[in-house]
Design a protein around this ligand. Structure first.
Ligand SMILES: [Zn+2]
Length: 251
């Protein structure tokens, strides 16, 4: 299994960290986890072949995880991609995604390739020799009331990718690290660092027996940032185990 970090930034991406996006090669499948607003540039920067992607999984519809989708699909069309592509969208918002893309003139027959939108549900999906197991997170629960007014059920997922004995866990966005503490054993884990408390980030930084990397890095956790400083002064953590854009991890 190979994981290429395309976007390790937070919602406010920076020159060195794009919005959430990861390219994964596993079990004969190539896919993107998330497609943040600058995913097209992130793919170009990392030299990812736009024809190599078989599937795109959107963990939730926040712009820093999903808004790059129309641009990536349009780029594939401009490049005259022929192979069809499957895009997985949290099930409660798939009709929105269909209309959203259609309003950008992204629909089958017009594009150089077909796009199939598939509703993403909690549970496991199996392709070739890879399995992706999606679990609901509580990241968007805070919006329930407002979302209800629009008839939207807010859904967000984390995912475990398994290829034989190899395991990669991507938390995507959370409400708290409590949600995923039982998913970090074995393999490699990418855990977001924007929404959990600094206490939680510090506690996980200390448990060095697991292969956990922080991602979704906010400016505050960059060198010179306020939280980064506090990690050192309040919690004694001088070095944070985080991924960076362009980093490749092979399991
Ligand atoms: Zn989010």
């Amino acid at each position: 299994m190979k994981i290429v970090v395309l976007g390790s930034g937070s919602a406010y991406s920076s020159r060195s960290r794009h919005n959430s996006c990861y390219f994964v090669e596993a079990g004969g499948e190539n896919f993107l986890l998330d497609c943040g607003s600058d995913a097209m540039r992130a793919m170009q920067d990392a030299g990812i072949d736009f024809f190599a992607v078989d599937r795109i999984f959107i963990t939730h519809m926040h712009a820093d995880h999903s808004a790059g989708l129309p641009a990536v699909l349009t780029a594939m069309h401009v490049l005259e991609r022929k192979k069809s592509l499957t895009v997985y969208i949290p099930f409660s918002q798939i009709e929105f995604a269909r209309l959203w893309l259609a309003n950008m003139f992204i629909y089958n027959g017009r594009m150089s390739f077909d796009v199939t939108l598939v509703p993403l549900h909690p549970g496991a999906l199996k392709f070739e020799d890879v399995e992706l197991e999606f679990s609901k997170t509580r990241h968007l629960e805070k919006y329930s009331k407002h979302a209800e007014a629009f008839g939207i059920v807010p859904l967000s997922f984390s995912v475990i990718v398994r290829e034989g004995a190899k395991k990669f866990f991507f938390s995507s966005d959370l409400a708290s690290l409590d949600e995923v503490k039982n998913m970090l054993d074995g393999g490699v884990s990418f855990v977001e660092s924007t929404h959990p408390s600094l206490e939680e980030v510090a506690a996980l930084s200390r448990s060095s027996d697991m292969d956990v990397y922080f991602t979704h890095i906010p400016m505050e956790l960059e060198d010179g940032g306020g939280w980064r400083g506090e990690l050192k002064t309040k919690f004694g953590i001088a070095k944070m185990n985080s991924v960076s854009d362009g980093q490749v991890i092979v399991l």
